[in-house]
Write a protein that binds this ligand. Structure first.
Ligand code: FE2
Length: 165
């Protein structure tokens, strides 16, 4: 999803959560679609920053039509991932919040790793938004461990960056 401001990722170590798929998310063929994950990520961030997520704000953030937002939020509500609140838009259910936390964690781990490569923030953001939907939990654990190593070894980071030129 396009966004002008890349979110900053925490510098501290991140423990990769065990795979826990909420029951509601297991139903349906497109259970982990990128679009669904982008919605949950976006809604979670809007709630974090504004306290609520309205369709108009979701549409603006994801750069899509408000009618599409209404369709998707109705689907997510049917699946038990979010609920409507009068005058406040949507909020995440416990299952929705778990899925959102998972995608946000993937985003943060990948961002921490790519920052070691000295790539510009806009490129990192675009790369991460694509990668976060496809990375396996095993690979994510590997990326997390590798990032911790790079955090602790500035000389290694230097060598990696030098080899990238
Ligand atoms: Fe993301």
């Amino acid at each position: 999803m396009p966004s002008p401001i890349p979110r900053s990722a925490p510098r501290k170590k991140t423990a990769v959560a065990k795979a826990k798929t909420p029951r509601a998310a297991k139903a349906g063929p497109a259970k982990h679609s990128a679009a669904r994950e982008d919605y949950l990520e976006c809604i979670s961030q809007l709630i974090g920053s504004k306290g609520y997520a309205r369709a108009v704000d979701i549409a603006a953030t994801l750069d899509i039509a408000q009618a599409s937002v209404t369709n998707m939020t109705q689907r997510l509500a049917t699946e038990g991932l979010l609920k409507y609140e009068k005058y406040r838009g949507v909020t995440l259910t416990t299952d929705g919040a778990k899925l959102a936390a998972d995608i946000i964690q993937r985003h943060e781990i990948l961002t921490r790793l790519l920052r070691h490569f000295g790539i510009d923030e806009h490129t990192i953001y675009r790369d991460v938004e694509g990668m976060e939907h496809h990375v396996s939990r095993q690979a994510l654990r590997g990326f997390n461990a590798l990032t911790d190593e790079l955090d602790a070894n500035p000389d290694l980071v230097k060598r990696v960056r030098a080899a990238m030129v």
